[in-house]
Design a protein around this ligand. Structure first.
Ligand code: 5RP
Length: 223
Protein backbone atom coordinates (compact mmCIF):
# COMPACT_ATOMS: atom_id res chain seq x y z
CA UNK A 1 0.00 0.00 0.00
CA UNK A 2 1.24 3.52 -0.83
CA UNK A 3 2.02 5.52 2.32
CA UNK A 4 0.46 8.97 2.54
CA UNK A 5 3.15 11.60 2.24
CA UNK A 6 2.79 15.24 3.18
CA UNK A 7 3.58 17.99 0.69
CA UNK A 8 6.69 18.84 2.74
CA UNK A 9 7.90 15.22 2.53
CA UNK A 10 7.37 15.25 -1.26
CA UNK A 11 9.36 18.49 -1.52
CA UNK A 12 12.22 16.96 0.49
CA UNK A 13 12.09 13.88 -1.76
CA UNK A 14 12.51 15.87 -5.01
CA UNK A 15 15.02 18.24 -3.42
CA UNK A 16 17.16 15.23 -2.69
CA UNK A 17 16.59 13.57 -6.08
CA UNK A 18 17.69 16.75 -7.85
CA UNK A 19 21.26 16.36 -6.54
CA UNK A 20 21.69 13.49 -9.02
CA UNK A 21 21.50 16.20 -11.73
CA UNK A 22 24.29 18.24 -10.15
CA UNK A 23 27.83 18.01 -11.47
CA UNK A 24 30.24 18.28 -8.51
CA UNK A 25 32.61 21.23 -8.92
CA UNK A 26 30.25 23.07 -11.28
CA UNK A 27 28.48 26.41 -10.99
CA UNK A 28 24.69 25.98 -10.97
CA UNK A 29 21.64 28.22 -10.95
CA UNK A 30 19.50 28.02 -7.82
CA UNK A 31 15.90 29.26 -7.59
CA UNK A 32 13.66 30.21 -4.69
CA UNK A 33 10.96 28.67 -2.51
CA UNK A 34 10.34 25.88 -0.03
CA UNK A 35 11.21 23.09 -2.51
CA UNK A 36 14.46 24.84 -3.40
CA UNK A 37 15.18 25.21 0.33
CA UNK A 38 15.04 21.40 0.56
CA UNK A 39 17.32 21.19 -2.49
CA UNK A 40 19.86 23.54 -0.86
CA UNK A 41 19.87 21.39 2.30
CA UNK A 42 20.57 18.33 0.10
CA UNK A 43 23.27 20.22 -1.83
CA UNK A 44 24.98 20.99 1.46
CA UNK A 45 25.06 17.27 2.30
CA UNK A 46 26.71 16.27 -1.01
CA UNK A 47 30.15 14.75 -0.32
CA UNK A 48 31.60 16.55 -3.37
CA UNK A 49 30.40 20.13 -3.33
CA UNK A 50 29.48 22.46 -6.17
CA UNK A 51 31.94 25.30 -6.82
CA UNK A 52 29.35 28.08 -6.54
CA UNK A 53 25.80 29.11 -7.37
CA UNK A 54 24.02 31.97 -9.10
CA UNK A 55 20.95 32.61 -6.99
CA UNK A 56 17.53 34.04 -7.82
CA UNK A 57 16.84 35.73 -4.47
CA UNK A 58 18.39 37.22 -1.37
CA UNK A 59 16.58 34.48 0.59
CA UNK A 60 18.29 31.64 -1.32
CA UNK A 61 21.65 33.46 -1.31
CA UNK A 62 21.52 33.66 2.49
CA UNK A 63 20.75 29.96 2.80
CA UNK A 64 23.49 28.97 0.34
CA UNK A 65 26.09 31.10 2.10
CA UNK A 66 25.01 29.71 5.48
CA UNK A 67 26.12 26.33 4.14
CA UNK A 68 29.41 27.73 2.85
CA UNK A 69 28.34 27.63 -0.80
CA UNK A 70 29.71 30.70 -2.62
CA UNK A 71 27.14 32.84 -4.46
CA UNK A 72 28.24 34.60 -7.64
CA UNK A 73 26.79 37.74 -9.17
CA UNK A 74 24.97 36.85 -12.40
CA UNK A 75 27.14 39.38 -14.22
CA UNK A 76 30.28 37.38 -13.38
CA UNK A 77 29.01 34.25 -15.13
CA UNK A 78 28.60 33.79 -18.89
CA UNK A 79 26.38 30.72 -18.89
CA UNK A 80 25.11 27.92 -16.68
CA UNK A 81 24.57 24.30 -17.64
CA UNK A 82 21.58 23.90 -15.37
CA UNK A 83 19.08 25.86 -13.27
CA UNK A 84 17.05 24.24 -10.46
CA UNK A 85 13.79 25.80 -9.34
CA UNK A 86 10.28 25.04 -8.19
CA UNK A 87 6.97 26.05 -9.75
CA UNK A 88 3.50 27.06 -8.65
CA UNK A 89 2.01 25.19 -11.61
CA UNK A 90 3.50 23.17 -14.48
CA UNK A 91 1.66 21.85 -17.53
CA UNK A 92 2.29 18.89 -19.83
CA UNK A 93 4.57 21.02 -22.07
CA UNK A 94 6.77 22.18 -19.18
CA UNK A 95 5.30 25.71 -19.20
CA UNK A 96 4.98 27.08 -15.68
CA UNK A 97 3.49 29.72 -13.46
CA UNK A 98 6.15 30.98 -11.09
CA UNK A 99 6.51 33.87 -8.67
CA UNK A 100 4.50 32.65 -5.69
CA UNK A 101 7.51 33.70 -3.63
CA UNK A 102 7.83 36.96 -5.55
CA UNK A 103 11.26 36.14 -7.03
CA UNK A 104 10.07 35.75 -10.64
CA UNK A 105 12.26 38.44 -12.21
CA UNK A 106 15.56 37.07 -10.97
CA UNK A 107 14.27 33.54 -11.56
CA UNK A 108 13.65 34.32 -15.23
CA UNK A 109 17.09 35.92 -15.58
CA UNK A 110 18.93 32.93 -14.09
CA UNK A 111 16.73 30.49 -16.04
CA UNK A 112 17.64 32.33 -19.23
CA UNK A 113 21.34 31.94 -18.46
CA UNK A 114 21.00 28.17 -18.20
CA UNK A 115 21.00 25.54 -20.94
CA UNK A 116 18.56 23.37 -18.96
CA UNK A 117 15.83 24.08 -16.42
CA UNK A 118 15.22 21.28 -13.92
CA UNK A 119 11.87 21.91 -12.26
CA UNK A 120 11.44 20.34 -8.83
CA UNK A 121 7.86 20.11 -7.63
CA UNK A 122 5.41 18.04 -5.67
CA UNK A 123 2.64 16.32 -7.61
CA UNK A 124 0.03 18.97 -6.72
CA UNK A 125 1.76 21.39 -9.12
CA UNK A 126 1.06 19.39 -12.30
CA UNK A 127 -2.01 20.82 -14.09
CA UNK A 128 -3.79 20.46 -17.42
CA UNK A 129 -4.14 24.20 -18.02
CA UNK A 130 -2.22 26.97 -16.24
CA UNK A 131 -4.17 29.65 -14.41
CA UNK A 132 -5.83 28.33 -11.30
CA UNK A 133 -2.88 29.67 -9.31
CA UNK A 134 -3.08 33.50 -9.47
CA UNK A 135 -0.51 34.70 -12.01
CA UNK A 136 2.17 36.91 -10.39
CA UNK A 137 3.27 39.93 -12.41
CA UNK A 138 6.04 42.23 -11.18
CA UNK A 139 5.40 45.88 -12.05
CA UNK A 140 7.17 49.17 -11.54
CA UNK A 141 5.22 50.96 -8.75
CA UNK A 142 4.21 53.85 -11.07
CA UNK A 143 2.50 51.43 -13.46
CA UNK A 144 0.45 49.53 -10.85
CA UNK A 145 -2.90 51.18 -11.67
CA UNK A 146 -2.36 51.24 -15.45
CA UNK A 147 -1.45 47.54 -15.65
CA UNK A 148 -4.30 46.63 -13.27
CA UNK A 149 -6.82 48.48 -15.46
CA UNK A 150 -5.59 46.71 -18.60
CA UNK A 151 -5.82 43.32 -16.85
CA UNK A 152 -9.39 44.07 -15.74
CA UNK A 153 -10.23 44.89 -19.38
CA UNK A 154 -9.17 41.30 -20.17
CA UNK A 155 -11.67 40.07 -17.57
CA UNK A 156 -9.02 39.24 -14.96
CA UNK A 157 -8.87 40.33 -11.33
CA UNK A 158 -5.44 41.68 -10.29
CA UNK A 159 -4.78 42.00 -6.56
CA UNK A 160 -1.71 43.85 -5.32
CA UNK A 161 0.29 41.64 -2.95
CA UNK A 162 -0.04 43.52 0.34
CA UNK A 163 3.09 44.82 2.04
CA UNK A 164 5.39 43.11 -0.45
CA UNK A 165 8.30 44.71 -2.28
CA UNK A 166 10.51 42.55 -4.51
CA UNK A 167 14.31 42.31 -4.30
CA UNK A 168 14.27 44.79 -7.23
CA UNK A 169 11.95 47.36 -5.60
CA UNK A 170 8.95 46.25 -7.67
CA UNK A 171 5.37 45.40 -6.70
CA UNK A 172 3.54 42.13 -7.38
CA UNK A 173 0.07 41.90 -8.87
CA UNK A 174 -1.47 38.46 -8.30
CA UNK A 175 -3.86 38.01 -11.20
CA UNK A 176 -6.91 35.86 -10.51
CA UNK A 177 -9.36 34.51 -13.06
CA UNK A 178 -7.04 33.89 -16.01
CA UNK A 179 -7.13 30.61 -17.87
CA UNK A 180 -3.90 30.22 -19.86
CA UNK A 181 -4.36 27.72 -22.71
CA UNK A 182 -1.58 29.39 -24.74
CA UNK A 183 1.23 30.28 -22.30
CA UNK A 184 3.78 31.50 -24.94
CA UNK A 185 1.21 33.94 -26.41
CA UNK A 186 0.16 35.37 -23.03
CA UNK A 187 3.78 35.70 -21.88
CA UNK A 188 4.74 37.51 -25.08
CA UNK A 189 1.73 39.87 -24.93
CA UNK A 190 1.91 40.89 -21.25
CA UNK A 191 5.70 41.20 -21.30
CA UNK A 192 5.43 44.14 -23.71
CA UNK A 193 3.10 46.23 -21.58
CA UNK A 194 4.78 49.40 -20.31
CA UNK A 195 5.58 49.11 -16.60
CA UNK A 196 5.54 45.31 -16.57
CA UNK A 197 8.90 44.03 -15.33
CA UNK A 198 8.25 40.29 -15.48
CA UNK A 199 5.27 38.04 -16.14
CA UNK A 200 5.15 34.84 -14.07
CA UNK A 201 4.40 32.71 -17.13
CA UNK A 202 7.57 30.74 -17.92
CA UNK A 203 7.00 29.50 -21.47
CA UNK A 204 10.08 30.85 -23.25
CA UNK A 205 12.09 29.55 -20.28
CA UNK A 206 10.01 26.46 -19.73
CA UNK A 207 11.26 23.39 -17.90
CA UNK A 208 13.50 20.94 -19.76
CA UNK A 209 12.68 18.26 -17.23
CA UNK A 210 10.46 18.02 -14.16
CA UNK A 211 11.25 15.90 -11.12
CA UNK A 212 7.80 15.40 -9.68
CA UNK A 213 7.41 14.15 -6.11
CA UNK A 214 4.61 11.60 -5.87
CA UNK A 215 3.69 9.16 -3.09
CA UNK A 216 5.04 6.40 -5.40
CA UNK A 217 8.40 8.13 -5.70
CA UNK A 218 10.02 10.68 -7.99
CA UNK A 219 8.57 10.76 -11.50
CA UNK A 220 10.85 12.25 -14.17
CA UNK A 221 9.04 14.06 -16.98
CA UNK A 222 11.12 15.11 -20.01
CA UNK A 223 9.76 17.90 -22.19
C1 5RP B 1 9.14 31.69 -6.12
C2 5RP B 1 8.68 30.61 -7.03
C3 5RP B 1 8.66 29.22 -6.48
O1 5RP B 1 9.40 28.40 -7.29
C4 5RP B 1 7.23 28.74 -6.43
O2 5RP B 1 6.46 29.68 -5.70
C5 5RP B 1 7.13 27.37 -5.78
O3 5RP B 1 7.44 27.48 -4.43
P1 5RP B 1 7.40 26.25 -3.44
O4 5RP B 1 8.57 25.38 -3.79
O5 5RP B 1 7.56 26.91 -2.08
O6 5RP B 1 6.09 25.55 -3.57
O7 5RP B 1 8.35 30.80 -8.17
O8 5RP B 1 9.04 32.95 -6.73
Amino acid sequence: MTRHMTQDELKALVGDAATAWVQPGSVIGVGTGSTVNCFIESLARMPERIAAAVSSSEQSSLRLRKHGIPVLDANEVDALAVYFDGADEIDARGCMIKGGGGALTREKIVADMAARFVCIADASKLVTTLGRFPLPIEVIPMARALVSRRLRELGANPVMRPGFVTDNGGLILDVHGLSIPDPPALEAELSQWPGVVTVGVFARNRASVCLLGTPEGVRTIDF
